[in-house]
Design a protein around this ligand. Structure first.
Ligand SMILES: Nc1ncnc2c1ncn2[C@@H]1O[C@H](COP(=O)(O)OP(=O)(O)OP(=O)(O)O)[C@@H](O)[C@H]1O
Ligand SMILES: [Mg+2]
Length: 275
């Protein structure tokens, strides 16, 4: 490689306003030899990856593989037991759904507003600015018309989009989504995928935990976890049968040939596929 600084040749056209090449974009998250756990014993080890601005990373792994644990570390809820985790910017999260949380009588707007009032003293009620920001975020995810609906009444896909709106109100540059597609139909899935693409195009970094390997192939990189990091890289190079077997252990049930490519078919998970 040349040591000389790259300078445009005389008469060369000015640099187009295209986004910088991936390797030039800001690193938003970096993990090095990271170990995380809930006691002295780590449940996830040897994690080593980077999330750059504009990138969607699929986080794959079996139940108990450590996906949610990694997200909790990224949010600062768990301190590294070993290694380093640098999160350069504010992170917002779309948590793994627990049905029990859906019974609270809060509206879609209330949930989006939580992004504005987090970090403020408890006695301060949200003001006009916060409400305007929450409405704008709901509009951004296509849901402003439903702002006064109760959160629990919304469809699964609508709830996920409200939670994305909450992250937008927080102005999260790193958006963490923990199995956001669970239980969604195809239309809602496509809509949420489109929204995540847009978040990345805006320069945010998006980490998505999913059980759908085929879905993750469309994203920029995959991070495979099974109590430790199995692999990290672009899906095409990373998702080999060996990596899938180490990631999912004995739970891969079928290997199928499609378009000359061998695909690993995973067993039905808790999103209840019918057979
Ligand atoms: N609060 C906790 N205290 C102790 N151990 C925990 C706690 N939460 C999770 N664990 C353990 O950490 C390990 C990783 O769990 P984690 O929830 O991160 O997996 P996951 O990949 O998110 O799984 P799933 O696909 O089921 O959501 C599991 O062995 C789990 O039992
Ligand atoms: Mg989880």
């Amino acid at each position: 490689m040349s040591e000389q600084p790259k300078r445009p040749a005389p008469g060369a056209e000015p640099a187009p306003p295209a986004p910088p090449a991936p390797e030039r974009r800001a690193t938003l998250v970096a993990a090095e030899h990271l170990a995380v756990g809930y006691s002295a014993a780590p449940v996830l080890q040897e994690v080593e990856f980077q999330l750059r601005a504009g990138e969607r990373i699929g986080v794959l792994g079996p139940n108990g593989g450590g996906k949610t644990t990694l997200f909790r570390a990224l949010l600062g809820e768990l301190k590294p037991l070993a290694g380093e985790l640098r999160v350069a910017v504010r992170a917002g999260t779309v948590p793994q759904t627990e049905r029990s949380r859906l019974d609270f009588p809060v509206s879609a707007l209330d949930v989006a507003l939580m992004g504005a009032i987090a970090g403020r003293p408890w006695w301060q009620r949200p003001g006009r600015r916060e409400r305007a920001a929450a409405h704008a975020a709901l509009r951004r995810v296509g849901l402003d018309g439903l702002h006064d609906r109760s959160f629990g009444e919304l469809s699964g896909g609508q709830r996920q989009r409200v939670l994305v709106a909450r992250a937008l109100v927080q102005d999260a540059r790193v958006v963490l989504l923990d199995e956001p597609f669970t239980g969604l139909d195809n239309v809602s899935t496509a809509r949420l995928e489109q929204l995540l693409d847009e978040l990345a195009q805006e320069g945010r970094g998006v980490l998505i935990a999913t059980h759908d390997v085929e879905q993750a192939r469309a994203w920029d990189r995959v991070l495979c976890l099974n109590r430790r990091q199995i692999a990290f890289g672009p899906p095409a190079q990373t998702l080999s049968l060996e990596v899938l077997a180490s990631t999912y252990g004995g739970s891969i049930v079928t290997l199928e040939e499609r378009d000359g490519e061998r695909l690993a078919i995973l067993p039905p998970h808790h999103h209840h596929h019918d057979h």
